[in-house]
Design a protein around this ligand. Structure first.
Ligand SMILES: Cc1cc2nc3c(=O)[nH]c(=O)nc-3n(C[C@H](O)[C@H](O)[C@H](O)COP(=O)(O)OP(=O)(O)OC[C@H]3O[C@@H](n4cnc5c(N)ncnc54)[C@H](O)[C@@H]3O)c2cc1C
Length: 405
């Protein structure tokens, strides 16, 4: 008998957790399972801002796929997905093609540039290990260059676009890293500018105002300048042009990092799936609106929060939970049942780090946390994920076990 082919695209939180769940639930006699990913490692996207700032080495963030996937149960293909043909049930890879009976799309996010002139060409963005490592090296190189150039202010001006979750987490890491860079490259600390530009009227929109105030105060104490209600109009080789109250200002900088918005991987839309701002408005059971054999997990999917009537923000937390539902539903479909589970996100809290020992967050519905207690909670959340992904061995190898430092 021909076994059905299950193909999982992407080994981010949604994809790899779907694979880990399936290897526990489905025997090799029931289906052939294939996982496709660009790299031979999974990375914790939620730690990339630390890699980009240089406060955590990227090898702590990435995890070999062979360490969490049993290759006797799941075939792993290291390749790049180019497109999907949902009518023919074929995935086109850079180096071949795959036929599927059931598909799980977990190809993650891309930076959204909102049409800002020059942003794509001249700004960096934190997307994966390669881009994070490049940002770290680029900033470090510019600090090293400072004492060689006659007027090097633009080399030690760091601009972060966006004061949302990612922007604030990254700015906090940069603020912690700068004193080390100053020492290493003989740069006077008072000359360095770290500027966080945000178009909206507040940083961390949607967060509790008391937590936002705490975060901004802490970051200002470390020398971060906030420019709120300020639009980035243009990015070029020299730096950025911003606009506030119809007044424009040019800020020269060789380090512009965009952290202000993401959309689903463009492959999904280009492959003809129905999308809403780049994400698939999945059905309750996480299948696409048009195809009964295609599931979408993580940032390529969008689900609505009925309370706010707005989409849930894409998070690792939701991607991991979606993987449980998708694995369950695939098992049901393989057993011939059409009783599929509906996905219900269980938001256990949101914690934003402000460096290794500081954070803000809301957990257990409405408990606010600041400082070290929030930071301990953040590390506990990260460690819990590693435990779920690869058990105690992985937790001991990659976990943030220095909870108080
Ligand atoms: C700096 C930062 C901090 C964040 N902090 C938090 C946080 O604290 N808490 C939280 O819940 N969320 C956080 N997020 C959001 C969270 O990281 C994302 O929601 C989550 O990563 C989405 O998971 P995913 O499975 O959809 O995809 P991803 O984690 O983006 O993984 C996608 C995978 O697909 C692979 N891939 C992509 N394209 C291809 C291709 N063409 N071919 C083959 N493989 C491909 C990639 O290599 C990657 O392995 C943060 C995001 C960033 C950038």
């Amino acid at each position: 008998m021909n076994r059905p082919n299950i193909v999982i695209l992407g080994a981010g939180y949604g994809g790899i957790m779907t694979a880990v769940n399936l290897q526990k639930k489905i025997s090799p006699e029931e289906a052939n399972i294939t996982l496709v990913n660009k790299h031979d490692y999974h990375y914790q996207t939620t730690w990339l801002h630390e890699n980009a700032a240089g406060t955590l080495h990227h090898d702590r963030t990435r995890i070999s796929i062979k360490d969490v996937i049993d290759f006797n149960k799941i075939k792993f293909i290291q390749d790049t997905v180019e497109s999907i043909d949902p009518e023919k049930k074929v995935v086109k890879l850079e180096d071949g093609e795959l036929q599927y009976d059931y598909l799980v799309i977990g190809l993650g996010f891309e930076s959204a540039t909102f049409g800002i002139e020059g942003l794509k060409e001249h700004a960096f963005s934190i997307q994966n290990i390669n881009s994070a490592r490049l940002i770290r090296d680029h900033i470090e190189y510019n600090f090293a260059q400072y004492n060689i150039e006659e007027d090097g202010q633009d080399l030690i001006t760091i601009i972060v676009g966006g004061a949302g979750f990612t922007g604030i987490e990254f700015v906090a890491e940069v603020a912690n890293r700068v004193p080390e860079l100053c020492q290493e490259y003989d740069v006077p600390r008072e000359k360095v500018r770290i500027i966080n530009v945000e178009a909206g009227p507040t940083a961390l929109a949607g967060f509790d105002p008391e937590l936002v105030e705490y975060a901004m105060n802490r970051l200002e104490e470390k020398g971060v300048e906030f420019k709120l209600g300020t639009m980035i109009k243009k990015v070029n080789e020299e730096g950025i042009v911003v606009e506030k109250d119809e007044e424009q200002e040019e800020i020269k900088s060789k380090n512009v990092i965009w952290a202000a918005g993401v959309t689903g991987n463009s492959i999904v839309q280009e492959s003809g799936f129905e999308t809403n701002r780049g994400r698939v408005p999945v059905r309750g059971d996480l299948r696409t609106p048009d195809y009964d054999d295609v599931f979408v997990v993580g940032d390529c999917a969008v689900i609505m929060n009925p309370e706010t009537e707005r989409p849930y923000p894409p998070t690792a937390q939701i991607a991991i939970q979606m993987a449980d539902t998708v694995a369950h539903n695939l098992k049901q479909m393989l057993s011939g049942s059409d009783e599929l589970e509906g996905f219900e996100p269980n938001i256990q809290g949101t914690v934003a780090s402000l460096g290794h020992t500081d954070a803000i967050g809301v957990v257990f519905d409405d408990k606010k946390l600041f400082g070290r207690s929030a930071s301990v909670m953040k590390k506990a959340i990260d460690n819990r994920y590693l435990m779920k992904l690869g058990g105690l061995g992985l937790l001991l190898k990659k976990g943030k076990l220095d909870m108080y430092h």
